[in-house]
Structures are given as structure tokens and as C-alpha cells.
Design a protein around this ligand. Structure first.
Ligand code: MN
Length: 246
């Protein structure tokens, strides 16, 4: 079989949507089998309040990934803006490796920068301020020390506020800032970038360092069934039909 690598992001899994978790289970026991690697580029969960919030749902998701990793496919994870509190304990249970928020891989000879993509939306100043705090050292530590029920309340409140904010923000503010894309690609010296977060699947051609470059954007999983399959010769941004029960 030809070598290939899969990328998914923005699954937004939750106990309330068993259907999309079932689609993940079917993907992991079918198309993804035999891949060179699987990259989950953030927002795997609708929200995550700590690895100690162990319940039937989170254990089930962990076991799906764990079983998949045991077939020999390495799983890599980059935090999203909803699950940046995922730590080593969960990663170990799920058989995945957590990468830095920006990470360069050699993708069949093409150096490729991977990220969730929220760091590219720099016009949303309020969010970027929160992001700085949330990805720092003291805020997550403080939050993770609170009792689970308090964290759950904070997460629910945060989701409501962010929904209200998103309604107020223009489409432009919620998309990536082009100059920021180029900055990151120059900083990491790459001509290829893969990210999610915006839920706007597309393959954009651009110019970085006066050379042609690609920005591949994954869509979401829970609505668009978006997945990206890359082989040494092809880039396939797929929209799977999630309505057919697996
Ligand atoms: Mn996101």
C-alpha cells in the first residue's frame, strides 16, 4: 500500500454527540489503519476541564485512540482553543504524543508547519489576550487546582461568552490574518502549512519568501466530516459523509 498520512481537527467530541464519536471509531478502524501517522490538530473535544475528569465518554475516546495506536500508527496531538488543558495523563491513556503549539514535520520531503490555527486570528484581540494567559504557566495551573465542579462551571460560562462574542465579531476577524500566516511560515522556514480552527476547509496558494507556498485548512469533523490525506504525490482534502451510520 502507498504511504499516506492523515490529519483531522475540530472534532468537538462530546457526550452529547455519540454519532460523531462513532464516526471517529469507524475512521480509526477503517481508512486510518495503516497510515504512517495520524495528526489531530486541536479541538478534539468540545471542551476539556482536566485529565482528572474521567468519565465513560472520555475513557471511551481514549480507548479508541489507544487501540488504534496499538495497530502501530503513531498519533500526534496539538492543543486547540477548547482542549488546551489536555495533559500527559490523558495523552498516555489515549496513546498519543502531544506536540508543541507549532510543530514542523518532514512530510514526504516537504517541511510542513502544523498548528491549530487560533494563533493566526490576530484581529480578535480579546481572544489573543485570553490565549496568552491560558497558554502561560500560572493560569492553567491555577485552574487545574480548582475542584472539578468549579472548572465545569467556568467552562460552561466560557463557552457561552465565546458564542456571544462570535456573534458580534465580523467574519473577517474570525478568519486568519494573512500577514500572520506569512510571518509564521517565514519564522519556521516552510512553504507548507496545515491548520484547522476556522472550519473553512480549503487549499490556499500563496507566496512566501518569493516562492509558491500552500496553506491547507482542515474543516471541522462534527459537521463537515473533514479529513486530510497526504501521500508523497497527492493532497486530498476530503469531506466524509457523517450521516451514514458506521
Ligand atoms: Mn478551534
Amino acid at each position: 500500500m502507498k504511504p499516506y498520512t492523515y490529519f483531522i481537527s475540530d472534532l468537538h467530541l462530546s457526550a452529547q454527540r455519540p454519532d460523531i464519536t462513532a464516526c471517529l471509531a469507524s475512521f480509526l478502524s477503517d481508512q486510518a489503519l495503516g497510515a504512517d501517522a495520524l495528526y489531530v490538530l486541536g479541538d478534539l473535544f468540545e471542551y476539556w476541564i482536566g485529565d482528572d475528569d474521567r468519565n465513560e465518554f472520555s475513557e471511551h475516546v481514549a480507548s479508541l485512540f489507544k487501540q488504534f495506536s496499538q495497530t502501530g500508527v503513531p498519533i500526534y496531538f496539538i492543543h486547540g482553543n477548547r482542549d488546551f488543558l489536555i495533559r500527559e495523563k490523558f495523552a498516555r491513556r489515549a496513546g498519543m504524543t502531544i506536540l508543541n503549539q507549532q510543530h514542523v514535520i518532514d512530510l514526504y520531503g516537504t517541511p510542513t508547519l502544523l498548528m491549530h490555527g487560533d494563533e493566526l486570528c490576530t484581529l480578535d484581540l480579546a481572544y489573543q489576550k485570553f490565549r496568552k494567559k491560558a497558554r502561560g504557566w500560572w493560569w492553567p495551573r491555577m485552574i487545574l487546582n480548582l475542584p472539578l465542579w468549579v472548572r465545569r462551571k467556568i467552562a460552561e460560562k466560557g463557552r457561552k461568552t465565546s458564542q456571544q462574542n462570535q456573534q458580534k465579531l465580523s467574519m473577517e476577524i474570525m478568519d486568519v490574518t494573512s500577514a500572520e500566516v506569512v510571518n509564521y511560515m517565514q519564522e519556521y522556514n516552510v512553504q507548507q502549512l496545515i491548520h484547522g480552527h476556522t472550519h473553512r476547509p480549503a487549499i490556499h496558494q500563496l507566496e512566501v519568501n518569493s516562492k509558491p507556498a500552500l496553506r491547507i485548512v482542515l474543516g471541522d469533523w462534527y459537521d463537515q466530516g473533514s479529513m486530510l490525506k497526504i501521500t508523497p504525490k497527492s493532497i486530498d482534502l476530503i469531506s466524509a459523509d457523517l450521516t451514514t451510520p458506521p
